[in-house]
Design a protein around this ligand. Structure first.
Ligand code: MG
Ligand code: MG
Length: 281
C-alpha cells in the first residue's frame, strides 16, 4: 500500500477499479431503495431492498455492525435511513414513511476489500417547497465541494467551497460541523477528515491516488444536534429537517472520477469545466 503524506492511502489504478465496482453497487442500492420510499413503507423495508441489491452483487455492506466495540453496539442496519429531523445514522426499523417525509439514505458497500460510500436525500411523494430547496442546496453543496478538488489544491478548499455556497443563499441554512467527509479506500473512514466548512490551518495537498467521500449535511434550522440513546441516531436539537448528499470521489492522473455516480460524474464535471478522469475501458 502506498502511503502519501500524513498516512493518506494512495490507490493504484486497479484499486480504484475495485472501488468503482463497489461504488456502482452503492449507486444501484440507493436508486432501488429510493424507488421503494413510498407512503406506508417502513424504513426496515427500505433497508431490506438495499441488503438484497448488495448481496446479489456479491458485495458486503460497509455499515452493518460498523463500530461494534465493548461499550458500543455496532450499527444494526445495512443502510442509514434518516427521516426529517434525523441528520445522519438513522437506524432502519418500524418507522412508517408518510407523504411529504424527507428521507436521507446513506449506503456503503465493499468489493474485494475496497469501499464505496454515498448518500442521497429523497422524498415520499411531494415535498414542501422549502424541503425540496433544502435538498437542492445540499446536493449543490456536494457538487461545489467536488468542484474544489483540484490537483495541487488543499483538502480544506472543499469545505471553503461548500461554506461559500451556503453563505450565498438568501435563506440561512445550518452546516452540520460534527460530522465530516473522509478519506476512503481499504476502510470506509480514513484520513483525512473533509470538513464541510471553511477552516484555516494545515490541510493535506490533493494528489492523484486520493479518494475522498464528500458529504455535506445542511439543516433548515439550527445545526446543533444530539445523539439519541440508541447511540447512533443524530437529530437536530430544534427538530428542524436536515438533508445529506454524498459521493466517493477519486483523484486520478487525468482528473476526477465520481465512483458512486452512474456515469462516473462525466455530465456534471463536464458542465462545470472540470476534468473527467475515469480509468479502465
Ligand atoms: Mg455515507
Ligand atoms: Mg461517508
Amino acid at each position: 500500500m502506498i502511503r502519501g503524506g500524513r498516512g493518506i492511502e494512495l490507490k493504484s489504478p486497479s484499486q480504484f477499479l475495485a472501488m468503482r465496482r463497489a461504488g456502482l453497487v452503492v449507486e444501484r442500492a440507493l436508486t432501488q431503495t429510493i424507488a421503494a420510499a413510498k407512503p406506508g413503507a417502513t424504513t426496515q423495508d427500505l433497508n431490506d431492498v438495499a441488503a438484497d441489491v448488495i448481496a446479489s452483487a456479491g458485495a458486503t455492506p460497509s455499515f452493518l455492525n460498523y463500530g461494534a466495540g465493548p461499550s458500543m453496539p455496532g450499527f444494526p442496519g445495512v443502510v442509514c435511513i434518516s427521516v426529517n429531523e434525523v441528520i445522519v445514522h438513522g437506524i432502519p426499523g418500524d418507522r412508517v414513511l408518510q407523504e411529504g417525509d424527507l428521507v436521507s439514505i446513506d449506503c456503503g458497500a465493499i468489493i474485494d476489500g475496497w469501499h464505496g460510500d454515498a448518500a442521497r436525500t429523497c422524498f415520499v411523494g411531494e415535498p414542501a417547497a422549502e424541503l425540496a430547496e433544502l435538498s437542492r442546496v445540499t446536493e449543490e453543496a456536494l457538487w461545489r465541494g467536488i468542484s474544489a478538488v483540484r490537483r495541487g489544491g488543499r483538502v480544506r478548499d472543499i469545505g471553503a467551497a461548500i461554506d461559500d455556497w451556503v453563505s450565498e443563499q438568501e435563506r440561512t441554512y445550518g452546516i452540520v460541523t460534527e460530522f465530516v467527509g473522509h478519506g476512503i479506500g481499504s476502510a470506509m473512514h480514513q484520513v483525512p477528515d473533509v470538513p464541510n466548512f471553511r477552516h484555516s490551518g494545515r490541510s493535506p495537498k490533493i494528489v492523484p491516488g486520493m479518494a475522498l467521500a464528500i458529504e455535506p449535511m445542511l439543516t433548515l434550522g439550527d445545526p446543533s444536534n444530539v445523539t439519541l440513546e440508541d447511540e447512533w441516531t443524530v437529530v437536530t436539537r430544534d427538530s428542524s429537517p436536515a438533508a445529506h448528499w454524498e459521493h466517493t470521489v477519486a483523484v486520478t492522473d487525468t482528473g476526477l472520477w465520481i465512483l458512486t455516480a452512474p456515469d462516473g460524474g462525466e455530465e456534471m464535471l463536464t458542465k462545470r469545466g472540470l476534468p473527467f478522469g475515469p480509468l479502465g475501458d
